[in-house]
Design a protein around this ligand. Structure first.
Ligand code: HQG
Length: 192
């Protein structure tokens, strides 16, 4: 990805997930912005986004962070919001095990309190262990926790899957988390 696309992608993440108000953009209840509005509001903030550039960001984004509406007129972030939006995702049964990448410095607190969603709407989980390592590295020395997602689901806890394949749930209690010390051999099974 070239620099223009990366910069546009970071800017779009900021305004479509966290700070639409920064450029006077309105998101609807489900997190959609009109592409025309995004271009116009960005221009006012001296950021140059064209329809072609937006399409290129959507198409080339490594994590498919953005989704276009069926009619091609609107765009939203697939996940990761801190602003209040209802992504209106259906509940979906997760695989038996999912992964959460974090940093070693957070482990003691997670053991005690479980996984909290913080500013975002959900705790983010992945079906791939490698993704957990990349996500954890953003915060420090990475550690991948194994989440007993199947057991949570059986106990009535809701799971959602974002349009770009990230698993979302509101909270993960400590009893559903396998930490490296008591699970040195990583996830025993991956049922998908
Ligand atoms: C940690 C990226 C202490 C949690 C990624 C994480 C992801 C606790 C950090 C998406 C805790 C929050 C989300 C507790 C949780 N005590 N620390 N009780 N509970 N934490 O960035 O999951 O590139 O909000 O482990 O790929 O790192 O933006 O969440 O380390 O999908 O598209 O608190 O962001 O996607 O950090 O990342 P974040 P995350 P994008």
């Amino acid at each position: 990805m070239n620099g223009t696309i990366v910069r546009a992608s970071k800017f779009m993440s900021l305004v479509l997930r966290h700070r639409p108000d920064k450029i006077g953009l309105s998101l609807d209840a489900n997190g959609w912005a009109r592409i025309d509005d995004l271009i116009r509001c960005s221009e006012l903030a001296d950021i140059s986004l064209s329809r072609d550039l937006i399409h290129e960001v959507v198409a080339t984004n490594d994590k498919k962070r953005f989704v276009l509406s069926d009619d091609g007129q609107r765009i939203r972030a697939a996940q990761g919001h801190s602003v209040t939006v209802d992504l209106d995702l259906p509940r979906q049964e997760p695989p038996t095990y999912l992964f959460h990448g974090t940093a070693t410095r957070f482990v003691a607190s997670i053991r005690e309190k479980g996984l909290l969603h913080g500013n975002r709407h959900h705790v983010h989980l992945s079906s791939e262990e490698e993704t957990g390592i990349t996500v954890g590295q953003r915060h420090g020395t990475p550690v991948v926790l194994v989440i007993r997602a199947g057991a949570m689901w059986e106990n009535g806890i809701a799971f959602f899957r974002s349009e770009n394949g990230v698993w979302l749930t509101e909270y993960v209690a400590p009893e559903y988390i396998q930490f490296p010390d008591n699970n040195p051999t990583r996830a025993p099974i991956r049922s998908e």
